[in-house]
Design a protein around this ligand. Structure first.
Ligand code: PLP
Length: 382
């Protein structure tokens, strides 16, 4: 045995090439650091992937906050969503004053269960927010129809699934509002960053205003347009969630590679699926017929109760697996509001078994083999 500690293999990481660096440096040498030409270029390139117009913002969290604000979510609104997500999906609606209703997930995909949502929607439901867990789209058609039949909006938290498709249609074009994240571990990166996509011009316009303090510069809708060229008005309050030119240039360079990233992620997922098909103690992630995921996570499920043991063994071998996610209603901030353990049994059982294996486009075949060997050896040892 070598006593040189092996190179660490994270569950996800960015792929940055020279062309990404050049794109950023070029903006740094130019006239605009914040709102310049790269913002609209990035939004246009992203829209081509999303199949709908987009508004770039500073993070996936900002995108959710902006989407909920655009949807008019506030005090008295109910938002029905999944507990099998990062806390921001619910927290951003809570911070606007909404009440969160957690609906359980499908036991295999960990995506919102349509029947569970159906049992919980009411006249107070303002939005149903699906989360494309691991990059696999939610049951888009059923959830959108359910939302619309209750005069609510269907929102898709697509932090994991930029580049995914459902029935051949791109994620971004399917929901009333879709949110993306460009954090380094996600499908492509702008360091921090995110976006809102919407095929609905009114909703997207509200998102665009919320991103920039609610400032109205269009003279045709100003209340007092004739006071001078400097004049601008705020009609509805907003925040500064503008994604700077420097980061949009990085995003633009990254988007040119998204197709390649998707292919590589697919290859790695296929290699894992094949290798683990014969390991009785684990379950591999399913894929619905309508789905063409850009896999963000590889959620392995450990069926024999030894998730903690596998986590510790892989971590000490330098394979930095992660668990996604602690059910949102288990966090003390929500538990203190009265949400109880046991209310979403499928999500909770999924959490107890889940382990995210390394998955990112920069992984070589030897990295994939190293993970497969470590996992299979753990179960062979018994
Ligand atoms: C990453 C993530 C977010 C938040 O995105 P940030 O860019 O980190 O703010 C929201 N929802 C889900 C499901 C995520 O994975």
């Amino acid at each position: 045995m070598s006593n040189v500690s092996p190179e660490q293999l994270p569950f996800g990481r960015q792929s940055i090439d020279q062309d990404d660096i050049d794109a950023v440096v070029q903006v740094l040498r130019g006239d605009w650091l914040t709102t310049g030409p790269a913002v609209e270029q990035f939004e246009a390139a992203l829209s081509a992937w999303a199949g709908a117009p987009t508004v770039a913002v500073t993070s996936g969290t900002a995108a959710l906050h902006t989407a909920y604000a655009a949807a008019g979510i506030g005090k008295g609104s109910e938002v029905v969503t999944s507990p099998m997500t990062f806390v921001a999906t619910a927290a951003t609606a809570s911070m606007l004053g909404a009440d969160i209703v957690f609906a359980d997930v499908e036991p295999d995909t960990a995506n919102l269960d349509v029947g569970a949502v159906e049992a919980l929607v009411s006249g107070r439901t303002a939005a149903i927010t699906g989360v494309d867990y691991a990059g696999h789209p939610v049951e888009v058609d059923a959830l959108r129809a359910l939302a619309h039949s209750h005069h609510a909006l269907f929102i898709e938290d697509a932090a994991h699934s930029v580049g995914s498709r459902w029935r051949g249609e791109p994620v971004g074009s399917l929901a009333d509002l879709t949110t993306f994240s460009f954090y380094p571990t996600k499908n492509f990166t702008t360091a921090e960053g995110g976006a809102v996509a919407s095929p609905n011009p009114q909703l997207l316009d509200r998102a665009r205003h919320f991103r920039n303090h609610g400032l109205v510069r269009d003279r045709s809708v100003q209340r007092t347009p004739d006071v001078g060229g400097w004049h601008q008005e705020v009609h509805e309050l907003g925040l500064n969630y503008r994604l700077p030119d420097v980061l949009c240039a990085l995003g633009l360079a990254q988007l040119r590679k998204l197709g390649r990233f998707k292919q590589r992620r697919k290859q790695i997922v296929a290699a894992y699926n094949t290798a683990f098909a014969s390991v009785a103690e684990v379950a591999t992630p399913p894929c619905r017929e309508q789905a063409d995921p850009m896999w963000h996570l590889y959620p392995l499920r450990v069926l024999d109760g030894r998730r903690r043991g596998l986590y510790d063994a892989l971590r000490s071998a330098g394979i930095l697996v992660q668990v996604h996610y602690v059910p949102v209603h288990w966090h003390p901030a929500y538990a203190d509001l009265g949400y109880i353990r046991g209310m979403c049994p499928h999500a909770e059982a999924f959490y107890e078994q889940q382990l995210s294996l390394p998955l990112f486009p920069g992984m070589g075949d030897h990295d994939v083999d190293r993970v497969i060997d470590a996992v299979t050896r753990f179960f062979q040892r018994g």
